[in-house]
Design a protein around this ligand. Structure first.
Ligand SMILES: Cc1ncc(COP(=O)(O)O)c(C=O)c1O
Length: 409
């Protein structure tokens, strides 16, 4: 079948093989299937490009809050980045030592004191946060950082407005002084631009702004934290442009080398790439329930779609394929979920006319920002299957009517 864009066939074959394994083939839809194998590929790729540099990769919890992934990461002795109380508690429950947890995100002074333990890594996001948490940070010997707001961060729809995160240069200078007076271990300069950063130059401009503010404040960080934002391959905007634009990992290696010169006291660069790492690690599988003809468009009604399980399809086009692999003449086909909104449309593209009710549609690149944006709109949450590199098992059952309705007191 014609896919809605060119996607490496090897990726299709990998998912086809997993989806025809005994467990996935008979499992009721809708479900997500996530696999550790693409994450291992991503780590190898990072190693190939950056292996010679002092770089630490933090797992962005929020991007893919998937328990077996978090457990695997913990067993590898790797580090995790959290942005909320729930994520922090989950990281602790899964056995991450405080030294291996980095706390980002806004307004953490509202929840962190309840769970404060020694040895955490904490990046401050505002003046009030730094002021409120400084005594605890000193007492518990936290490794602290501050998040800088750079001029690269703005509302993409209204670029004249800055984002709500981090500290302006003037605030950063105030906070650096405040933390010094409080004798806090201030060691990290952090920024996170946005998701899908389209070129290495954007990172480079941001890091030189941060370096300038650090110079003004006479702050020489041991760690420079670039946040996340690497764009995934094989994902396009709704306007059909690849989201990874001019971005190349080899260019980033140059940015990091220059960053280490820009910050002579820096010992490590920290990265928190979520989407690039995990988008490739999952698929969403839905079944066709019904088919209608609408003029020249075949309209598929499926048991899930954008509203319930793929909100990201509102602004991204992903590759997809069908099970079975139907071939033959195609027709423009709209794939809809079952909720009562025209919005619930996963994609509209030419697909084989031979598709029929009961066939399955596999939406690729569902391993980032699909689980966290899942909804219970008219239905329960989908099942989650996990491939640990050897076999596929169900790690979260489809939500039952009882759980869905009994959440109310
Ligand atoms: C502070 C921080 N780090 C890392 C990430 C991960 O970003 P991405 O998934 O685009 O790599 C985010 C995402 O919002 C973030 O806010």
């Amino acid at each position: 079948m014609p896919a809605n864009r060119q996607h490496p066939q090897s990726q299709h074959s990998r998912w086809r093989a997993l989806l025809t394994s005994a467990h996935a083939r008979t499992h009721a839809t809708p479900f997500y299937l996530f696999s550790i194998a693409p994450i291992q590929d991503a780590l190898r790729e990072l190693d190939q490009h950056f292996g010679a540099l002092p770089i630490r990769h933090w797992l962005s919890f929020k991007t893919q809050p998937l328990r077996p992934l978090v457990q695997w990461w913990q067993q590898q002795g790797r580090d995790i980045e959290v942005v909320s109380e729930f994520e922090f508690l989950a990281a602790r429950a899964e056995g991450f030592a405080p030294e291996r947890i980095l706390i980002n995100g806004p307004a953490k002074h509202r929840w962190l004191p309840k769970h404060a333990v020694a040895g955490l890594n904490v990046n401050f996001d505002s003046v009030s946060e730094a002021r409120a948490l400084a005594p605890l940070a000193k007492e518990l010997n936290w490794r602290c950082g501050i998040r800088f707001l750079t001029s690269e961060e703005f509302d993409p729809e209204k670029p004249e407005f800055a984002t709500q995160f981090g500290l302006t240069p003037a605030e950063a200078v105030i906070v650096i002084r405040l933390l010094r007076r409080a004798k806090v271990r201030l060691e990290t300069a952090h920024f996170h631009l946005r998701t899908n950063v389209a070129s290495a130059q954007i990172y480079e401009r941001a890091v030189s702004e941060v370096a300038a503010t650090c110079r003004t404040a006479n702050f020489s960080p041991r760690f420079v934290d670039f946040g996340g934002g690497f764009p995934p391959e094989n994902v396009r905007t709704r306007g059909s442009k690849p989201v990874n634009g001019q971005f190349k990992l080899e260019d980033m290696a140059g940015v990091y080398e220059r960053t280490l010169k820009l910050f002579p006291g820096a010992e490590e660069i920290w990265l928190e790439n979520g989407r690039w790492m995990s988008a490739r690690s999952g698929v969403l599988v839905v079944s066709i329930l019904d088919i209608k003809e609408r003029g020249n468009v075949r309209t598929l009604i499926c048991d899930s779609g954008r509203t319930m399980n793929a909100l990201i399809s509102n602004w991204e086009l992903h590759d997809l394929f069908t099970l079975p692999d139907r071939r033959g003449p195609t027709a423009l086909t709209a794939i809809h979920g079952p909720t009562c909104m025209a919005f619930d449309q996963l994609a509209r593209l030419p697909l084989p006319r031979g598709l029929r009710a009961g066939d399955r549609i596999v939406w690729m690149e569902a391993g980032a920002y699909h689980l966290p944006w899942e909804t219970r709109f008219s239905h329960g949450l989908a099942a989650v299957l996990w491939h640990d590199g050897t076999s596929v098992t169900e790690v979260r059952p489809r939500e039952s009517f009882e759980t869905w309705w009994n959440q109310w007191r």
